[in-house]
Design a protein around this ligand. Structure first.
Ligand SMILES: O=P(O)(O)OC[C@H]1O[C@H](O[C@H]2O[C@H](CO)[C@@H](O)[C@H](O)[C@H]2O)[C@H](O)[C@@H](O)[C@@H]1O
Length: 237
């Protein structure tokens, strides 16, 4: 794909991870980080005076394990936790705990399928059905009956071949706002790139702050195209 996206002057890059920087893999543990990616991010980070963040649904620790300090800041669990700078302690939002009976119920649901994975997060859980796609709608119904469709604290959110129970108060829009309020992001033009439902909040806040929100599928094609674009930008740094 011929990508013609131009980075504005004084941009801040806010990048989703799975499906944007990394190709989607059969399971969350199977993702592969191409060797060139951290190198390109490090060069871009220098060009942007450190204003480069990864904003992920994964816990911050997992993003760090995969990308190290290539991104200056990392927002994890859809903004529930933010590491604002390399080596800094995590800033955690005060969020409700996932009720223990929900976890037990979700475990029971997952155990009814061979190919369904239950992923736990500090304030949520995910049922992955990529290995058993036909389970998708039954899993959604099961989670909705566990959580309810109007719970004030938690929501069942669609993700790529997965359903996630997450706190309503954690979203990528709030993560972008929190990042953009501090150095080295403050005063820059946010450019948010993402591919999933959860990324729509990040794109919206980037646009509200005078920046750009780009959907991978429309602006680039796929994650390999995003990486090629980042590598080209880095090469011209
Ligand atoms: O916000 P992101 O960085 O894009 O993270 C979103 C979710 O990514 C992971 O799940 C997704 O990617 C897996 C690996 O490619 C894939 O197997 C799965 O089907 C996708 O849903 C991760 O496991 C979740 O915790 C993230 O919320």
């Amino acid at each position: 794909m011929n990508v013609s996206v131009r980075l504005p002057e004084r941009a801040a890059l806010l990048l989703d991870m799975d499906g944007t920087l990394l190709d989607i893999a059969p399971t969350p543990a199977d993702v592969v980080v191409p060797v060139e990616l951290p190198l390109a991010l490090v060069r871009l980070r220098a060009r942007l005076d450190d204003a480069l963040a990864v904003v992920s649904g994964r816990p911050v620790e997992q993003v760090y394990d995969l990308l190290g300090d290539a991104p200056y800041a990392i927002a994890g669990e859809h903004g529930a936790a933010i590491r604002h700078a390399p080596g800094e302690a995590l800033e955690r939002k005060s969020l409700p705990a996932l009720p223990a009976p929900w976890i037990a119920q979700a475990e029971r649901v997952a155990s009814g399928y061979q190919g369904v994975l239950l992923e736990r997060k500090a304030h949520g859980l995910v049922l992955h059905f990529r290995l058993e796609p036909q389970a998708g709608s039954a899993l959604r119904q099961a989670l909705l009956s566990i959580v309810g469709d109007a719970n004030p604290d938690f929501v069942v959110m669609a993700a790529h071949m997965a359903w996630e129970v997450k706190p309503r108060a954690a979203d990528k829009g709030r993560a972008v706002a929190a990042l953009m309020a501090r150095a080295p992001f403050a005063g820059r033009v946010p450019v948010y790139i993402g591919d999933d439902v959860t990324d729509e909040d990040g794109m919206r806040v980037a646009r509200e702050q005078g920046g750009i929100g780009l959907r991978v599928q429309e602006a680039f094609g796929d994650a390999a195209d995003v990486r090629a674009w980042l590598a080209a930008l880095a090469a011209h740094s």
